[in-house]
Design a protein around this ligand. Structure first.
Ligand code: NAP
Ligand code: GDP
Length: 313
């Protein structure tokens, strides 16, 4: 029996670590790359690295990514680094005849003014929200690029579309992180200093969150079972959408610091909602059970506390 080889770019990040955690349940050889192994913004390095490993499949996670405030403050890098590394990865995969490539879009790259719920066909139907337009256009180009390889060369390069991801090994930066990891870190510090727990914005925006290990399992399902060319949204259902205030209260609860929340309404709220329709996924994989957000937050807080010294922040 030949064992197929999977190369995971961005193997040291949030989702890469989740794939590592579940990897032993599947019979593959894995290579997990970080930016230290290869700078994917450099084509030569990318090609040589991929050629050395000679993978059958590539799970392309690597990206220059962060929360709302990183998107607002680092637009040039969001655009240039993502465009560069995506061009290089797809080109190398084509040259080396990789059998299947899975690329990651996000529900945050959809048009700002749109009807809800958002589905897979609406990606290019209008401009993204101004706060993250640089990241959004870079990611939309990745989708167009995959389709171009499909149409011109029949390459099996596909895109999946997760919602806001959280879990162990997240980026807990107070300034650059996504909302859940940033608040997990801020609440820890605020409690330590006896200060109010500060949540940015009004707390009213709505989001669907996916636990990183759920996304890892669904990624493996996409690799093995999803044979369409079109993107697929990987999300919890619409009824599991929650407010930022809800998430902040759950985090505060995990620290036993519930009565100390304050909202800094001078900070931006970003897009009010991005409600995604997961019916395509449910039609194909209806028995999949997502971890509940309360439990996911508890596990993430616990991981953060246990790994406080070494985690990214
Ligand atoms: P992450 O934790 O920030 O990890 C990013 C990964 O990319 C790291 O392994 C990093 O390597 C690598 N990387 C960055 N620049 C690189 C470069 N120039 N060369 C090589 N590697 C590089 O990201 P994540 O949250 O797991 O995201 C995974 C994918 O999901 C991304 O494509 C992202 O756009 C997408 N996504 C994320 C979210 C979310 O909420 N997090 C939501 C929707 C979609 P180092 O560790 O060495 O820096
Ligand atoms: P998004 O889902 O792509 O918009 O990205 P985020 O994960 O950054 O979530 C942004 C939402 O969380 C906005 O409504 C912010 O106002 C709110 N939020 C509250 N506190 C924070 C924080 O400390 N960091 C971030 N990134 N967002 C926060």
């Amino acid at each position: 029996n030949i064992i197929m080889k999977i190369l995971v770019t961005g193997g040291s990040g949030l989702v890469g670590n989740a794939i590592k955690t579940i990897s032993s349940k599947y019979n593959y050889d894995y290579i997990f790359l970080s930016s230290k192994d290869c700078d994917l913004t450099n084509y030569e390095d990318t090609y040589i690295c991929f050629q050395q490993h000679n993978p059958d499949y590539v799970i392309h996670l690597a990206a220059y990514v962060g929360g709302l405030y990183k998107n607002m403050n680092h637009k040039v890098d969001m655009l240039e680094k993502n465009v560069q590394l995506n061009l290089n990865v797809l080109k190398a995969c084509h040259e080396l005849k990789v059998k299947k490539v899975i690329c990651y879009l996000s529900t945050c790259i959809f048009p700002d003014k749109i009807t809800y719920p958002i589905n897979e066909n609406m990606l290019h139907n209008g401009a993204p929200h101004n706060s993250n337009n640089a990241y959004a256009y870079a990611k939309r180009l990745l989708e167009t690029h995959c389709r171009a390889y499909q149409e011109q060369y029949n390459d099996n390069f596909i895109c999946i579309i997760p919602t806001n991801i959280y879990g162990p090994n997240d980026n807990y930066s107070l300034t650059d992180g996504h909302v859940i990891p940033a608040l997990i870190n801020r609440c820890y510090l605020n409690k330590k200093n006896g200060e109010k727990f500060t949540v940015k914005g009004s707390g009213r925006p709505l989001r669907q969150f996916i636990y990183s290990e759920d996304l890892a399992v669904l990624t493996m399902w996409v690799l093995e079972k999803y044979n369409e060319k079109d993107p697929i949204i990987l999300s919890v259902s619409e009824k599991d959408e929650v407010s930022i205030e809800y998430v902040a209260r759950q985090i505060a609860k995990s620290y036993d610091y519930e009565n100390m929340i304050e909202f800094d309404t001078t900070s931006s709220d970003g897009q009010y909602k991005k409600t995604a329709d997961n019916s395509k996924l449910i039609n194909l994989y209806n028995e999949y059970k997502f971890i509940n957000i309360d439990e996911g937050i508890e596990k993430s807080v616990e991981w953060f506390i246990n790994n406080y010294e070494s985690c990214r922040k």
